[in-house]
Design a protein around this ligand. Structure first.
Ligand code: F6P
Length: 388
């Protein structure tokens, strides 16, 4: 039976979203199904904001960044999850799920392809549990979703961050400055670690490993100065935080409360951009008279600057890897719907496009402490002296 398939994109935009949509459109054309675009993620799903998508009018859509369907961080479960009483909360969550399932009729869709990160896919998994015909496609530049080798958008963002850090080196070198470059990724350091290693950043700070300001920054800078390095690049993940001990001992411009009291988005994620760790590090470095003196004694300039890459990392067109991955995931998602197979998340495993249960796929993936990438990051930051 021919189907009408809704498709939506939720959460932050990401290079490759349009590639997934185009892949789904190509497959639907092939199977004779129809695709209806739902605008602005769950917001448009609830507000009935739809439009028909015609593959003929969207030629080569897979090459274009962002999402033609627009996106939002709306969480349909937000109010239900706020209810204090556990049994009342469970009731409200169930009611919301039922309402979401009913919305399929209002929208005139038989099934839904939800493209998003853990938040969007978490909503999709809850809907499926309540009986909705949903397929999920993992998306995020952060690469923090388990059960897929990579999320599309990640390698495009890695390239943007690497290019930015490669480029900043020429100005860092010219002025003999310390640059603290803030890289996106609120919960995990995949973007920071890989772009940092690829560009030869001198210090890499990631959320998985809280840093000690004294040991991981001050001591390393001193060692680099002794080894006659005249400029320094610190790649700092926006989710990087100091250890409790270091926060209390070394930080004067923020406290534990500053971090704990950050505003939250609809899904309860702290808005880390408001914290701005790179600026805090610059401020704390500038307070260190001993460090300035050390630089001076060793004939080195002491000037610190901050660069926040922010949304430039999600901007622009996807690279070839993400275009192809997006297309393949989109095709498989539409194929699953045509085969009446739901409650699955499509994913990349080695060379293959595979599937996993949606409920498992929507889980977070952080960098394992024993990853060879961590070892590489530790080796690459070591300071080598010619005479040793
Ligand atoms: O989840 C992807 C991401 O780019 C994170 O790295 C970042 O913390 C967040 O989105 C920023 O979101 P927004 O665009 O809502 O400021």
């Amino acid at each position: 039976m021919k189907k009408t398939i809704g498709i939506l994109t939720g959460g932050g935009d990401c290079p490759g979203l349009n590639s997934v949509i185009y892949g789904a459109l190509l497959k639907a054309k092939d199977t004779g199904d129809e695709i209806i675009g739902i605008e602005k993620g769950w917001k448009g799903f609830l507000e009935n904001r739809t439009r028909k998508l015609n593959v003929a009018k969207l030629d080569d859509l897979h090459t274009i960044g962002g999402t033609l369907l627009y996106t939002s961080r709306t969480n349909p479960y937000k109010d239900a999850k706020k209810v204090r009483d556990p049994s009342e909360r469970a009731k409200r969550i169930e009611e919301t799920a039922k309402m979401m399932v009913k919305q399929f009729e209002v929208l005139g869709i038989d099934a839904l392809i939800a493209i998003g990160g853990d938040d969007t896919l978490g909503v999709a998994a809850a809907m499926h549990k309540a009986g909705a015909k949903v397929v999920g496609v993992p998306k995020t530049i952060d690469n923090d979703l388990s059960n897929t080798d990579y999320t599309f958008g990640f390698w495009s963002a890695v390239q943007l961050a690497s290019d930015a850090m490669d480029n900043i080196k020429t100005t860092a070198r010219s002025h003999q400055r310390i640059f603290v470059v803030q890289v996106m990724g609120r919960d995990t350091g995949w973007l920071t670690l890989i772009s940092g290693i690829s560009t030869g950043a001198d210090i890499i700070l990631i959320p998985e490993k809280p840093f000690d300001f004294e040991e991981d920054i001050i001591a390393l800078l001193k060692e680099r100065v002794k080894a006659n390095h005249k400029y320094h690049i610190i790649a700092c993940s926006e989710g990087a935080v100091p250890t409790k001990k270091s926060l209390e001992r070394d930080f004067h411009t923020i406290s534990k409360e500053t971090i704990e009291n950050l505003p939250l988005d609809d899904f309860g994620n702290p808005l880390l951009a408001k914290l701005n760790m790179s600026r805090i590090i610059v401020k704390e470095l500038n307070r260190r008279e001993d460090l300035k003196e050390f630089f001076q004694q060793n004939n080195a300039e002491f000037e610190v600057r901050e660069v926040v890459l922010g949304h430039t990392m999600r901007a622009g067109n996807p690279n070839s890897f993400d275009r192809i991955l997006g297309l393949r995931l989109g095709i498989r998602a539409a194929k699953l719907v045509s085969e009446d197979r739901y409650g699955l998340m499509v994913c990349l495993r080695g060379e293959e496009i595979d599937t996993v249960p949606l409920s498992e796929g929507a889980k977070k993936k952080t960098i394992p402490p024993n990853s060879d990438l961590v070892e590489l990051g530790d080796l690459i930051k070591k300071v080598y002296f010619e005479s040793r």
